[in-house]
Design a protein around this ligand. Structure first.
Ligand code: FAD
Ligand code: NAP
Length: 337
């Protein structure tokens, strides 16, 4: 085996929530061909294996068991395609945002609304990243991954990924597949997706380009979201709950100002609004963990408190929303123990 896992490696700077944490075992993977031997190494010792990207969607326990594999496989190549779209093959360790900037500069479009999402390309299919009405599923061609259970390479076409709202087979069967490469199909003809409020003003702009939409998305996000390096956070901490028509009607009867969006699968509530209504925006606990003052959905951790404190605040928010709206909020970041 060309990589030796290291014991007791500090992960405190490897997660955007800034949680103090140590990995039992850690290795950095730059070459996909080293993966089978590393998985065998962990399996022989009965250790769990987890893929780590940019750590922007994680709550880490003080001690993380098993083998943490930092995915640093790089590469960005144009590949042939008979789909008529521009196909790119990307290493899983590439930065997602840099990839968006690069591919748009190369004349592709379709991912401009997904600019400035932190993290890696390999993590993007895991929760089918989405923003401003666009999700990864819209442009994903294929995922290459190593199956840590069957110990063999697998290829997932778009349909095999079972994408849903912030969901996929990779999230459902958590930690089973380690993604090493992703192929995206970008549009040659720009078709803007401007349904979200902050982007609507662009609709009247003549000769609008994907680059301009991307720049607008970056500007909006910079003005609304805290930079993790300045104020540790993991983005939206809860998924927007999707409820049935019956639940929706009951809620509307009590809350006429309910913020809700009709979806194919039901009614999507804005989790940030629910939390805000409970008076929790800008509030925090003794360790400083709380709801960001400009967007209640973002949990912030200014003093780099532990996972215990974060989970306690999570429970506090869930309890408040349950009591007021009878809605259960599901956390979006993954918890590693
Ligand atoms: P990590 O946090 O390292 O890992 C997240 C999960 O993916 C873990 O389960 C991990 O095991 C798994 N994983 C990571 N890499 C691999 C791999 N190669 N193979 C298999 N599994 C893997 N998300 C959105 O959807 N939309 C947004 O607009 C958005 N905005 C955000 C804004 C901020 C300020 C922050 C901090 C986060 C935001 N997020 C958003 C959440 C997060 O950035 C995304 O979920 C991102 O895709 C996580 O990437 P990562 O590399 O940091 O993954
Ligand atoms: P926002 O514009 O304040 O909107 C609040 C919520 O309402 C969003 O969560 C969004 O749902 C929903 N929404 C707004 N307009 C909508 C429309 N026209 N149709 C359907 N749903 C609509 O949200 P924000 O916090 O500034 O975030 C902007 C975008 O970036 C959102 O898409 C959000 O998901 C994404 N984002 C995600 C994260 C994360 O960590 N996951 C972090 C920051 C931003 P959706 O979330 O379903 O889009």
């Amino acid at each position: 085996m060309s990589i030796d896992p290291q014991p007791q490696v500090d992960l405190s700077d490897a997660n955007t929530l800034g949680v103090p944490s140590t990995a039992d075992w850690y290795a950095e993977l730059t070459n996909a061909s080293d993966l089978p031997a590393l998985v065998r190494w962990a399996r022989e010792r009965h250790l769990p294996i987890r893929a780590l990207g940019g750590g922007s969607n994680l709550v880490l326990n003080e001690q993380v068991s098993g083998l943490t594999l930092k995915i640093s496989i790089m590469g960005k190549t144009r590949v042939e395609s008979d789909s008529g779209r521009l196909r790119w093959r990307l290493g899983a360790g590439e930065s997602w945002h840099t990839t968006v900037v690069d591919l748009i500069a190369q004349g592709g479009s379709g991912i401009e609304n997904l600019a400035l999402i932190p993290g890696t390309v390999g993590a993007a299919p895991v929760q089918n990243i989405g923003a401003y009405g666009v999700e990864l599923a819209d442009c994903l061609h294929r995922v290459e991954a190593y199956d840590t259970v069957e110990q063999r390479w697998r290829r997932f076409g778009q349909q095999d990924c079972c994408f849903g709202y912030r969901d996929s087979v990779f999230k459902q069967l958590e930690n089973r597949f380690i993604i090493t490469a992703v192929e995206l199909d970008l549009d040659r003809e720009f078709q803007p997706q401007l349904t979200y409020g902050p982007l609507q003003t662009l609709a009247s702009q003549p000769g609008l380009t994907a680059l301009q939409v991307m720049e607008q998305v970056i500007e909006i996000r910079q003005s609304r979201l805290p930079e993790p390096i300045v104020l540790p956070n993991a983005g939206s901490f809860f998924k927007n709950p999707v409820i049935t028509t019956e639940q929706y009607q009951m809620l509307l009867a009590e809350h006429s100002d309910l913020v809700v969006f009709e979806q194919a699968e039901g009614w999507k509530l804005a989790a940030g609004w629910l939390i805000d209504q409970c008076g929790l925006r800008g509030q925090n606990n003794a360790d400083g963990v709380g709801c960001y003052e400009r967007q209640a959905l973002v949990l912030v951790n200014p003093k780099r408190a532990s996972a215990t404190s974060i989970l306690a605040w999570q429970a506090h928010v869930q309890q408040a929303v349950k009591e007021r709206f009878n809605v259960i909020l599901e956390p979006e970041p993954r918890f590693w123990a």
